[in-house]
Design a protein around this ligand. Sequence first.
Ligand code: GTP
Ligand code: MG
Length: 148
Amino acid sequence: SERTYIMVKPDGVERGLVGEIVKRFEVKGFKMLAIQMFKPSEEHLKEHYKDLAQKPFFPKLVSYMLSAPVVGMVWEGKGVVATGRKMLGETNPAASAAGTIRGDYCIDVGKNLCHGSDSVESAEREISLWFPNGVTNWARGFDSLIYE
Ligand code: GTP
Ligand code: MG
C-alpha cells in the first residue's frame, strides 16, 4: 500500500512541533511505519534535494536543513502522498490555507517546517535514502474503522 516520507525540518524540531505534526497524521487515520531523529550530513541532504541542485536557493536550503536535527517518518495509507502534501500546505506558507500545517504554524518559504514527498516514486526513493534498513510493517487492529 502507498507510503510517503514526511520530515519535520530543523525549525519544526527546535520549535517543539514534532508532536503536533505526528498527531495530525495519526488522527487522520494514516499508519506510522517509521520515525527517527537524524543529524544528516551535507552530502545526505544534497542527495535528498538533488532535483533542486540548480536552484538559486539551494545553498540556503542546505544550510537551513543542517541547522538542527530533523525527524523523518514513513506514513502509510490510501492516497497518503497527495493527501500528505495537502495536510502540509503549499510550499510557500503565505499561500497555504488555514488548517494546513504550514498555514497554521509558519510564515516564510525558507522556514516552512516540514517536507512531504511529491510523488509515489519520490516517496520510495526518499524512504530508501532515510531508512535503508527498512521500516516496521504492522497490522493495525482498527483498519476496518478507517477504510470502507
Ligand atoms: P518539500 O516538501 O520540502 O520538498 O517542499 P516542496 O515540495 O513544497 O517544495 P520544493 O521541493 O520545490 O522545495 C523544497 C524546499 O526548498 C521547500 O520546502 C523550501 O523549504 C525550499 N524552497 C523552495 N522554494 C524556495 C524559495 O523560493 N526560496 C527559499 N528560500 N526556499 C525555497
Ligand atoms: Mg519537494
